[in-house]
Ligand binder design. Structure first.
Ligand code: FAD
Length: 280
């Protein structure tokens, strides 16, 4: 049997988790309740984060970018009119998660803590160069998404820490796009791609991250630099796509074989680049 406690501040939540090592944070319970019902997890207490006001809100960060509280639900992110230009891809990703019920329950903090390699936010956050803010008994730390995601379903989140916010750097004017290929609407991605354009002139470049094809999103900044100024050159785009596919480490699962995913990557990356350049 598990008990639910509902602290009102981050400090109270951290203190409770520190005093009760078998307790677990609970966001919307979208995954946690199912895991508990399937007896996949045990916990002495569920520490609901739902009443902590500091974990809410979407607004400017101190660094001049965007700060999203860990308890923001997918629906709230999907409906946030401030997410335009370079941040538009985040809004698109949130709107493509699961179904209306899960989007109402699930949170960005819970999704980041869960760190399913096929989760929709991960390539977007890697593409944006986002940071994950963690608070625990030893204080606050911010990690780049690439450092936060350690391996398949493994993150740098320490016991007793919670995801308090996600911070995105200034998004630029965009455009940006999130493409998701799934077996059915609402399923996890078989392959996903986030792409954002930097600049509008002949030297413009793209940032690209591929999801669901390895333990963490694939992003190659050197390849992005090599593609800068050549966004309308089919050969350069083909070489860029091939470079990303070479770095993929997909698995065979019910959503598609590894071979199928490797074939999808170049097509989806090229399509995402066309989305942000307007080429057809
Ligand atoms: C049927 C179904 C379909 C789904 N489809 C998709 C999909 O297509 N794409 C996609 O990206 N996701 C999908 N998801 C995942 C969903 O988007 C939720 O984000 C995810 O389940 C987390 O839910 P939650 O925020 O309610 O966290 P919970 O379920 O409450 O918690 C999940 C885990 O994270 C921990 N946790 C929660 N919040 C925090 C925090 N702030 N700090 C530290 N640890 C925390 C909990 O202890 C638990 O281990 C799906 C989930 C379900 C149930």
């Amino acid at each position: 049997m598990s008990f639910v406690v509902a602290p009102q501040t981050v400090d109270e939540a951290i203190a409770f988790l520190a005093a009760n090592p078998d307790a677990r944070p609970m966001a919307g319970g979208a995954s946690l309740v199912a895991m508990k019902n399937a007896r996949l997890i045990e916990a002495s207490h569920f520490v609901s984060l739902a009443r902590i006001e500091a974990l809410r809100g979407i607004g400017p960060s101190a660094a001049g970018g965007l700060r999203i509280g860990g308890m923001m639900h997918h629906r709230q992110i999907a409906e946030c009119a401030d997410l335009t230009g370079g941040w538009q891809m985040l809004r698109q990703a949130a709107g493509l998660i699961a179904n209306r019920v899960v989007r109402n329950m699930g949170t960005i903090g819970g999704a980041i803590a869960n760190a399913d390699p096929a989760a929709d936010y991960l390539p977007v956050l890697a593409c944006a160069g986002a940071e994950v803010e963690l608070v625990g008994p030893d204080g606050l730390r911010r990690l780049a998404v690439a450092d936060y995601l350690v391996d398949w379903y493994e993150t740098a989140l320490e016991p007793g820490e919670i995801v308090t916010a996600i911070e995105l750097p200034a998004g630029g004017d965009g455009p940006s796009v999130y493409r998701k290929l799934a077996r059915t609407p609402g399923d996890y991605a078989t392959v996903s791609v986030a792409c954002a354009r930097e600049g509008a002139g002949p030297d413009s470049s793209v940032r690209v991250a591929v999801g669901a094809c390895g333990p963490a999103p694939i992003r190659d900044r050197d390849a992005e630099a090599a593609l800068a100024g050549r966004l309308h050159d089919p050969a350069a785009i083909a070489a860029f796509c091939a470079t990303l596919a070479e770095q993929a480490d997909p698995i065979d699962d019910v959503r598609g074989s590894a071979a199928y995913r490797l074939k999808l990557i170049p097509r989806m990356v090229a399509a995402a680049i066309r989305d942000v350049t307007g080429d057809r």
